[in-house]
Design a protein around this ligand. Sequence first.
Ligand SMILES: Cc1ncc(COP(=O)(O)O)c(C=O)c1O
Ligand SMILES: N[C@@H](CCCC[NH3+])C(=O)O
Length: 384
Amino acid sequence: MNEIFQKVASEFGTPVYIYFEKILEERINKVKNVFEEINFFPTFAAKANNNPAILKILKNHGFGVDILGEGELLACKIASIEGDKIVWNGNGKTKEQKDLMKEYKVKYVNVDSKEEFENLWKNGDDFELFLRVNPDIDAKTHPYISTGLKKHKFGVDFKTAEEILKSQKISGVHIHIGSQITDVKPFKEAIEKTLKLCQKYNIEKINIGGGWGIKYKDENEINTQEYKEEIIPLLKNFKLVINELGRFIIAPAGFLLTKVILVKKTDEKFFVVTESGMNHLLRPALYNAYHKIEILNNSKGEILVDVVGPLCESGDFLAKERKIKKPEIGDLLVIKNAGAYGFSMANNYNGTIRPAEVLITKDGKTKLIRKRETFDDLFKNVIL
Ligand SMILES: Cc1ncc(COP(=O)(O)O)c(C=O)c1O
Ligand SMILES: N[C@@H](CCCC[NH3+])C(=O)O
């Protein structure tokens, strides 16, 4: 892999996100294997990675796309993904968005609240509406990405769900209790709780959301075999089961390649300053998330460092107290598991530009799938 990283750096420059089609396909196959015995329609959560070239690969493997708004819809259009393969999510849909959904013939809509239902959907129209229920289950993940407890803004409680399900306009239910969940149990509890509601109202379609966790540090990735044994039997009687995985599919296939700008020594510690910080990979700053980091050089010694970005915040870091190979100015640094919520949460803080994206195809070719932004892009909408 290191040779490919060197090649991409000299061909396209850094910082750059790199995705391996081969790893992506392995992940796709893992998911398909779990659901092979039931009536299953997989969608991919575009919030994890909205590059249309990635969406196209998923489309070619039979995946639809879970989207949230106009931008992610446009990504689908660019990837030639039709409306009947799209699930529209979110807790703040507008009338204008509904018009867009009609125009693009979006098939599935996950309705988040009673208020939304009354405001937009009570006449049903031509959509397949799935009601997002909040099962009040602790997903035991980072609080910012936990979504299935009563205190969270998402979904409706079971009592409210019953009121809405009586209206007959709803074809299914939707559950999504959070992200980066590595234990099968909370998924099982949430589905079991929701099954009772489905039986009472004769609901034959279910969207079980996303949320499968991966191994970033010392946790185990979700056990797909256990998931298959424990959860698939609960879903056998549904006419349709949709899911919306993001991270599990794309995180391990993606890497952020960036360069060391400087190594700074203070009385306290060493700081490795790289071209990328919270602007290119926000997860460490936002969730104190851990990403494995490797320095591509031949140095033998290791040192304890903070890997930081060049921006004006102390929260601008990629790793804290990390032992890495002794780095030098210009060394390449690889950040792993960066395929999900990497580029899609990148930003232009401090007037910086977002990285390029490169795909390594199955036959080992490099393909630029998003050009690096330019500084002119930053100000193209400015009017003096
Ligand atoms: C409604 C919904 N579906 C799917 C996902 C994808 O989640 P993940 O990337 O954890 O699989 C999310 C994000 O957590 C979400 O909010
Ligand atoms: N952005 C989060 C995941 C949130 C998923 C959206 N519901 C992350 O990087 O882990």
